[in-house]
Design a protein around this ligand. Sequence first.
Ligand code: SAJ
Length: 422
Amino acid sequence: KKITVIGLGYIGLPTSIIFAKHGFQVHGMDVNREVIDKLSRKELHIEEPGLQEALDEVMDAGRLTVSVEPEEADAFIIAVPSPITEEKTANLDYVRKGTESIVPYLKKGNLVILESTVPPRTVEDVMRPVLEEAGLEIGEDLYLSHSPERVIPGKIFQELEANDRIVGGVDKKSAEMTKDLYKSFVDGEIHLTDATTAEMVKVIENTYRDVNIAFANEIAKISDQIGVNGWEAIKLANYHPRVNIHQPGPGVGGHCIAVDPWFLAEQQPEIAKIIKLSRETNDDMPNYTVRRILEILDQHQVDNPKIALLGLSFKGNVDDMRESPSLKIMEHLNKTNIEYAAYDPHIKDIRLPHQVTDLDEAVEGKDLIVILTDHKKFRAYEPSKIGGSMKTKLIFDTKNLLDEEKWTEAGFDFVRLGDAKN
Ligand code: SAJ
């Protein structure tokens, strides 16, 4: 059986590889020629544990081919971006174009699956018309479904296999056919529903996380005011069997959680009040973080402050900077008199102004270190060594990542976001 995958990004590429590993012949297409050139040389354009080895394996075995054009196949999987516009509405151009691009290659009996996260009704209202206008009768010539990806960057291969999967067909046969395909590598359960419900499920999962994080951020801000360690309070509350509060932080990044809630808010703005407020709360956290930085510098009476930002990716242990709160924090800092250097051990090339590729260079002569992502590597840092070259030994941990005792023993003043006792 052959599968053509449209879009070779964080989801499309690992998905192509895993199907190839499980006996399918896979053709991956991407409109970005640079990505295709790289992949043809077995070079990656994204970072993900295990991805290089897996790519080498399937390409060496001749099971995965890539090009800028689709190819005929039994099934087509569309895994393209679905970003939001400035107006916070879904940009479905890639979904539409991806669908159009496969039309010339479709044969009777083919299955078309959308994996991208989209506002509910996209399969019915955007994809179906494109396919029908091409003269294809869905349920007769062609089968159509939505099987949203639910994997977390950093653990993609593990989660592709282990997670349950939601499959929504425009009819029963489409859903069944999709399940048969994914069964080849999914160890979790595959739950069948209709396409619109599957779209809704995916979007509410990420919205749940966003709303919960907004709640955690509000707790952190309240804790900053009333003299409580918010992290400790959340940890203790979570011992309750029916409580699961997420973690505060300097903001919510990535291309999913910070985007998908708008897919609901845009459709029903009058109803989606908590959803919208949560989005705004999380979007304000970079601003709040900078306010706290200014307060800390002020409290310690630092003149001509120079600071080091550690962590640029949107979350720990990945190299992905999309929608990263760190970028917004840098924008805010550019409007102040604070000088700063930014460093991320996972990002090896210089992509930003003020970015340095060396930890020593980042901290030398600085007054304050700000931890912005929960990279494991930061935990191993030696405070006495780092403090040696600093002008003032101050550290602000926005992720509750570091061992406070270790840093205070080395002479640092340790401040945590959402922990006013400091
Ligand atoms: N974050 C917090 N507090 C938390 C958890 C996360 O501030 O308690 C922040 C992170 O630092 C990061 C952002 O939220 O900036 C998003 O990170 P994440 O790890 O929560 O999620 P993503 O965007 O990497 O992946 C999510 C996952 N969705 C859910 O867990 C419900 C993943 O399963 C989805 O497949 C993915 O979105 C997607 O592609 O939609």
